[in-house]
Design a protein around this ligand. Structure first.
Ligand SMILES: Cc1cc2nc3c(=O)[nH]c(=O)nc-3n(C[C@H](O)[C@H](O)[C@H](O)COP(=O)(O)O)c2cc1C
Ligand code: SF4
Length: 437
């Protein structure tokens, strides 16, 4: 079980049942559980879609697309069955929030999937959980079984005459399978590589049927919107960025952890107040505001609202809510290398700019960090990354390129400090530190 953290500025919506034993279906019912789906059963599908659209809920998986709008793209009539997929693959480095939802409030995900199904006219949902979260799958599977036992799932749910089935599915540990079309390939039992789009999943998705795919936090937010109303939810955040967000604070911080804060919360306050600041009074160097795929912000750029639009204006992205803090002791060349190592390993290898680009970048960064760098390598790293941008089948290529480009641009001086056979200055400083017995 994860250690839960808290801060007075938190606004608990998705996390309101955390730590309250809501894995038990009885406790979940005591805490307003399954009320939202019963309310939704009495609503017209379009009314559900509009409620979610007006709430300003935007996808918590990374891209930040308006959820209700996405649901509205699903055709009303379809010869093939429609599906709702919950994306619980959560593999973005720095991101660990869906894990808490599965662990602490699994029924909220079930309820969110059911409401999405009612909105788009689907009778089947899948909850896809990252392979490394196998222990959470047990919690999720039990929650599904308990919901079936109470006849909340299956035939004639809540005596409404409607049917809804939910299946759990475990991944096998591939980051790429978090990409929505690769996830559908994986669910169909194939190798998890992406599909060429269009057609988009809303029209041709799982087994060729219209499909809604949403992140677990997105879906877990939906029951609260149905019960609390779109206006209440929208007003929690700035315009077009409704609600709250589970921010995963990690790195050089006194109090790392997952905190639920209103959308638009100030990043500087998040670091120094919520996260308790940087240990031993060290200085901030950089922040990845939304997981490893997002461009880094330098220390003088952190006075920014944490919402999709403000971060885009600041040249970065809100992404998956994984906020990684780096202090002055971090080597940005090593950080770029660590990120590239991940993407090189996770590239599915289908398209050349990503497969070769991540490999060359990793090799160059390894040599560079070890002191074998040439001046022209710095421009080459940037050039290679820029040539991956927008030239790959799926956004994994962009995800590898964007942080790298920003690190070279904003921390070029650190690359220069590694030139001419000089070893990494940060490792040299660390080696000189006295070893405590
Ligand atoms: C390489 C890659 C990995 C991704 N991994 C995840 C993931 O682990 N979880 C997730 O919800 N979305 C992930 N996404 C985003 C999904 O493709 C998709 O946009 C998301 O599930 C849509 O849900 P949302 O609208 O609720 O955010 C990933 C995208 C890419 C390109
Ligand atoms: S960008 Fe990378 S992960 Fe995506 S399809 Fe191409 S090779 Fe595969």
């Amino acid at each position: 079980m994860a250690d839960l953290v808290s801060h007075p500025d938190e606004v608990r919506v998705v996390s309101k049942r955390f730590g309250k034993g809501a894995t038990s279906i009885d406790r979940y019912l005591e805490l307003d559980g399954y009320k939202a789906v019963q309310k939704a059963l009495g609503m017209e599908p379009d009314a559900i879609v509009n409620e979610v659209k007006n709430s300003g809920l935007r996808g918590r998986g990374g891209a930040g697309f308006n959820t209700g709008m996405k649901w509205s793209f699903v055709p009303k009539q379809s010869a093939k069955p429609k599906y709702v997929l919950c994306n619980g693959d959560e593999s973005e480095p720095g991101t660990c929030k869906d894990r808490l939802i599965f662990e602490q409030d699994p029924h909220s995900v079930i309820e969110g999937v059911m409401i999405a199904g009612l909105a788009v006219g689907s009778q089947t949902g899948y909850i896809y959980i990252r392979g490394e979260y196998r222990y959470l799958s047990e919690i999720m599977q039990k929650a599904i079984a308990d919901a079936y036992a109470r006849k909340f799932l299956g035939k004639n749910i809540f005596g409404s005459g409607r049917d809804f089935e939910i299946y759990w599915h475990g991944g096998a540990g591939a980051y790429e399978v978090g990409e929505e079309s690769a996830l559908m390939e994986s669910l169909e039992g194939k190798r998890g590589i992406p599909r060429i789009r269009p057609p988009f999943p809303a029209v041709v998705g799982l087994w060729g049927g219209p499909t809604v795919i949403n992140n677990a936090e997105t879906l877990a937010s939906v029951p609260h919107i149905i019960l609390g109303g779109s206006e209440w939810y929208a007003n929690l955040g700035p315009a077009k960025n409704g609600g709250t967000r589970l921010f995963c604070l990690s790195g050089h911080l006194e109090r790392p952890g997952v905190y639920e804060l209103p959308m638009g919360y100030n990043l500087k306050k998040m670091i120094y107040d919520v996260g308790g600041g940087i240990p031993e009074g060290r200085k901030l160097k950089a922040v990845l505001p939304g997981g490893s795929s997002t461009p880094v912000l330098a220390a003088d750029e952190v006075d920014v609202s944490m919402d999709f639009d403000s971060l885009a204006k600041a040249g970065s992205m809100l992404g998956s809510g994984g906020v990684v803090i780096l202090d002055e002791t971090a080597c940005m060349v090593k950080f770029a290398l660590r990120i590239m190592k991940f993407y090189r390993h996770e590239s599915c290898g289908w398209c050349i700019p990503c497969r070769e680009g991540t490999d060359w970048l990793e090799k160059t960064l390894i040599r560079f960090h070890a002191g074998g760098g040439l001046k022209k390598d710095i421009d080459n790293i940037q050039y290679l990354s820029e040539n991956m941008l927008g030239r790959t089948f799926c956004p994994l290529g962009d995800a590898a390129a964007m942080p790298t480009i920003s690190i070279v641009k904003k921390f070029r001086h650190e690359f220069e400090d590694h030139l001419d056979g000089r070893p990494c200055p940060f490792e040299k400083a660390r080696a000189a530190e006295p070893v405590l017995a």
